[in-house]
Structure formats: C-alpha cells, structure tokens
Ligand binder design. Structure first.
Ligand SMILES: O=C(O)C(=O)C[C@]1(C(=O)O)C=C[C@@H](O)C=C1
Length: 102
C-alpha cells in the first residue's frame, strides 16, 4: 500500500475544510435567524438593542470553552464581538423600522 501523495493529503484536508466552512455558514444562519426574532421581541417591548451584562457572561463562557478546546480565547472573543456588533446593528434597524411604522 502506497502512502498518499502530498497533493492527495492536501485535497482531503481541503475537502474537510470545505465541509467545516459549510457547517459554520449554516450555524451562523441559524444564529441570525434566532437573533432576528430577539430583535423583533426587543423592538416590540422597547428593550435596548444591546445587553452588555449578557455579553460579558457569553464572553467568559466562550473563552473558557475555547481554552478547553485548544482554541485561542482572544480569537474566540474577537469572533464573538464581530458577530454581536452585526446583531446589534440589526436590532437597531428593526427598532427604527418599528418606530417608523408606529
Ligand atoms: O441576548 C440578547 O439580548 C441579544 O440581543 C442577543 C445577543 C447575541 O447575539 O448573543 C446580541 C446582543 C446583546 O448585546 C447580547 C446578546
């Protein structure tokens, strides 16, 4: 039995990377589906778009999960802040739309 060539190994690794990227896109889409609903709920009840105390708890939890998974906690926090900044923009836009409609 011959061992795989570097090109075969690269091809297999890239195929796994493509599967992981697809899963991440689907998970992000699902997360944003939930946060859109949160945005509607917050707008209906005049709740603020951002909840810094909740974010602090999420960051502490994600940093601990990242450490356990051997992922750089700084990177996990940056990723979270990037996603949440987008969510807060969506929440703010939903609240503005619902005020315009009132
Ligand atoms: O949990 C909320 O209150 C949300 O609006 C969701 C979410 C998040 O994306 O996880 C976004 C903004 C808040 O500052 C905190 C958390």
């Amino acid at each position: 039995m011959t061992s795989p060539t570097p090109e075969e190994r690269l091809g297999r690794l890239r195929s796994s990377i493509d599967n992981i990227d697809a899963a991440l896109v689907h998970m992000l889409a699902e997360r944003f589906r939930c946060t859109q609903e949160v945005g509607q709920l917050k707008a209906e009840h005049a709740m603020p778009p951002a909840d810094p105390a909740r974010e602090a708890r999420q960051i502490a939890r994600l940093r601990s999960l990242a450490e356990a998974a051997n992922l750089d906690p700084e990177f996990a926090e940056k990723w979270f802040n990037f996603v949440v900044a987008e969510v807060i923009q969506h929440h703010t836009a939903i609240a503005a739309d619902s005020r315009d409609e009132a």
